[in-house]
Design a protein around this ligand. Sequence first.
Ligand code: SAH
Length: 251
Amino acid sequence: MDDIDLLIDLHRKAARQGPGGEAETRLAITLSGLSGRRDLTIADIGCGTGASAIILATSLHADITAVDVLPDFLTELVRRATAAGVAERITPLAASMDALAFEPSSLDAIWSEGAIYNIGFETGVRDWRRFLKPGGILAVSELTWLSAARPAELEDHWSRVYPEVATASAKMALLEAHGYTPVGYFPLPETCWLDNYYRPMQARFDEFLAGHGGAAAARAIVAAERLEIDLYERFSAFVGYGFYVARKRAD
Ligand code: SAH
């Protein structure tokens, strides 16, 4: 089994594939101003098994295209959406976020939780803008420094793994530079990382390793996750996910 199949196996059964939470998705919906509007067209990019897509479908009057590059995650999303009674409002789409084929100016909102890092925040906010209607909403969560200075060990790790990590003010300046007005920001609370993401993942490690006969590639994946969890536990005061809600400017 190659690394991608191993990662699918570790994450497919999870309620979410990245840090986040139902209350936080709902808060971003409130900030977006989309509530109460009708016939919305929304894309959830890097949707995983549907954590946010299903909340969007249950809280808004919207058709949602749920995009992920991994069809296995979309299969699980359809199962969950069916169980939640919203399958007819969610269209799964297996596609890469760097090659999306939405019509220009066709979307009321682009949602993307814990996923834009795959192409980088700046590339994502720049390239996805054309799909939004004027005034359309971009709602993304993104790795963010929570303070002006960080411990060197933490800075070294994330600067290597995700060089675009930056403060919220720097991320908002990028949104402004690329034709958006920021309308809301909040950092995800620790519970979104620990209770909703890392603890359930840790609970799957033993079964995952046993299922792959303790293969070196499986052990390497678990070791990397453990390192990241340890860093987060020690340094959560300095790093987290910021949730950014911004409106596309007409100019
Ligand atoms: N939004 C979900 C998943 C976050 S994990 C949640 O919050 O639970 C990041 C997701 O991005 C994964 O599902 C992964 O398969 C997807 N992904 C990675 N690279 C991608 C790409 N190039 N295009 C589309 N999706 C991608």
